[in-house]
Structures are given as structure tokens and as C-alpha cells.
Design a protein around this ligand. Structure first.
Ligand code: G3H
Ligand code: 13P
Ligand code: ZN
Length: 298
């Protein structure tokens, strides 16, 4: 990150939030990846932090557009901050797929320690323009910005393999984009699709390697729920430093909760039932942390 003070955001008011800049720089150097899990409710936030604490792993808790609609920005932010304040590991509060300059400003104002502007569906020049603007304000207060080039679609979009490949990130354009925007990390499109329930997506490793070499940035894997763990591990050797997982955590919360409720269909107190959901989330997160190589790095 050029200019700006050394990242200390979030520490000013004794909150142990750290910046993604700090966490991803270490991951890139150490050739491992940090898990980024979606903060949709208290159960997910607590379970993710508990699993990462047990394994002494740094963690990124990210607030998606869906989470903002579901919980509201203030509530979602407060949940992560409250959990992080008690945590013994580095926690990053990140905006997932930020939709505008204004939304990034709002997130900066409420204490996010990592931002994202996703202009991947915009014409290239517009993506550059807004990403650059977000970087300028974020860097002024020591916060890093993730950008996206190439499109990582949603499973619901129903694209064919050929159509998905046509949206892959171009390595030369990525290099130009990184230079033009000053972004701190880059989400790349190389085969993953958001929201997959099964692990059937393959990745173009050569492309990821080339993008990493040309941009020198820590790269971000979106749509990781649909990518086999071994493929994610290989992608880390190619330059992926942040692994975004949402669907698999959501499915774990549902599965554990359903199992417990099925066992006690007459239950009237949801808390013991949700606890089983949280236990499933912890299992899923622990597995990722082990496989991504970030256990013990917190
Ligand atoms: O990349 C998108 C997230 O994984 C899920 O987002 O909470 O908006 O459905 P959502
Ligand atoms: P999945 O829901 O497919 O794991 O994707 C998560 C993601 O990319 C969040 O940005
Ligand atoms: Zn994503």
C-alpha cells in the first residue's frame, strides 16, 4: 500500500480488529491462505471465531450484500466487533462485494478494517475509476482494498462452462488494473462459481500463477464452497492468499440445526438446537483452517 499510515485501524478504541493488509501480507510471505467466512448471524460469527481460536488462526469475517439486507449494516458490524473484542486471534472485518464508493465510505466510517469494491460487471474503465477512488480514501487511513476483475458468476445465473471461461480474468489486464487502481488484493475469475452446494469446480492454475506473477498482489478465491479442498491447496501454491467460504458454512448451520430439531421435534427452546448448528459450522471452519495452512498463524 502506497502512502497512508501503517495500518492500525480498529486498534484506536482497543478493538483487536486487524487489517486485511497485515494478515494477507503475512499469508503471501508464508505461502498459506486465510479463511474468509461470511458473518450472517451471531451463531456463524461465534462458531467461526471459536474454531479459529482453537487452532490459533487469523480470520476474516466478511459482511456480504445479503448480510447487509438480512441483519443491517450496523447490526452485522456490531456482531463482528463484539466477537472480535473477546477473541484471542487477529480478526479482520471485511466488506464482501461492495457495490459502490458510497457503501465503502459507510463501511470505513463504522470501522471496517478491509474493503472491497466489486466493479467486475462494469466496463473496465469504470471499474478502474471507482476502485481507484475507494483505494485513495481507504489508504489514507491505512485500510486495504480488494478489487475484482473478470466475473465470478453465481450458480443461479446458469452459465455454461464456455460462458464461464469467457469471463476469466486476463493476466495482462490484471497487471494494468493493479497498477492503475493501487488495489491491495485481487479477486480472480478462474473457474469457481458462487453458491455451489457440491465441490465440482476446477481452477485454471496457470492463469492464477500468471496473474500473481504479473500483479504481485495477494489473490482472492471466491466461490470456494464449490472447489475441492485439494484444488484450493494447489491454488494457494499459485498465489491465492484469501479463501472466501459462505455456502458451506450456511449449509453446515442448516444441517446441524435440522439434525438436532429432528431428534427433538417437540423442542420449544431454539438455543440447544442452534448449538448443534454451530457445532457443525465449527467442524467446517476447522477443516478449512487446517487445509489452508493458517492454523497456528494467529
Ligand atoms: O459472494 C457472495 C456471498 O458468498 C454470498 O452473498 O450473502 O449476498 O448471498 P449473499
Ligand atoms: P461461496 O458461497 O460459493 O462459498 O462463495 C463465497 C464468496 O465468494 C464470498 O465472497
Ligand atoms: Zn464472492
Amino acid at each position: 500500500m502506497k502512502g497512508g499510515r501503517e495500518p492500525q485501524a480498529g486498534r484506536a478504541d482497543n478493538m483487536p480488529l486487524v487489517t486485511s493488509h497485515e494478515v494477507l501480507r503475512k499469508a503471501k510471505r508464508g505461502k498459506y491462505a486465510v479463511g474468509a467466512f461470511n458473518a450472517n448471524n451471531m451463531e456463524c460469527v461465534k462458531a467461526v471465531i471459536e474454531a479459529c481460536e482453537e487452532l490459533k488462526a487469523p480470520v476474516i469475517l466478511q459482511i456480504s450484500q445479503g448480510a447487509i439486507k438480512y441483519a443491517g449494516l450496523e447490526m452485522a458490524t456490531a456482531m463482528v466487533k463484539a466477537a472480535a473484542a473477546e477473541a484471542k486471534i487477529p480478526v479482520v472485518l471485511h466488506l464482501d462485494h461492495g457495490t459502490s464508493f458510497e457503501q465503502n465510505v459507510q463501511c470505513l466510517q463504522v470501522g471496517f478494517t478491509s474493503l472491497m469494491f466489486d466493479g467486475s460487471k462494469l466496463p473496465y474503465e469504470e471499474n478502474v475509476e471507482t476502485t481507484k477512488k475507494v483505494c485513495e480514501i481507504a489508504h489514507a487511513v491505512g485500510i486495504g482494498v480488494e478489487a475484482e476483475l473478470g466475473i465470478i458468476p453465481k450458480i443461479e445465473d446458469g452459465y455454461s462452462k464456455k460462458e464461464i471461461e469467457a469471463m476469466f480474468t486476463d493476466p495482462d489486464q490484471a497487471a494494468e488494473f493493479a497498477k492503475a487502481t493501487g488495489c491491495d488484493s485481487l479477486a480472480v475469475a478462474a473457474g469457481a462459481v458462487h453458491g455451489m452446494k457440491s465441490r465440482g469446480a476446477g481452477l485454471d492454475f496457470d492463469r492464477i500463477t500468471e496473474i500473481a506473477k504479473k500483479t504481485k498482489l495477494p489473490l482472492v478465491q471466491h466461490g470456494s464452497s464449490g472447489v475441492p479442498l485439494k484444488t484450493l491447496q494447489k491454488a494457494i501454491t499459485c498465489g491465492i492468499c484469501k479463501i472466501n467460504v459462505a455456502t458451506r458454512v450456511s449449509m453446515a448451520l442448516l444441517a446441524g440445526t435440522k439434525r438436532a430439531w429432528d431428534q427433538d421435534p417437540e423442542a420449544k427452546d431454539f438455543r440447544p438446537i442452534f448449538k448443534e448448528g454451530m457445532s457443525e459450522v465449527r467442524k467446517v471452519v476447522s477443516e478449512y483452517v487446517h487445509k489452508l495452512g493458517c492454523a497456528g498463524k494467529g
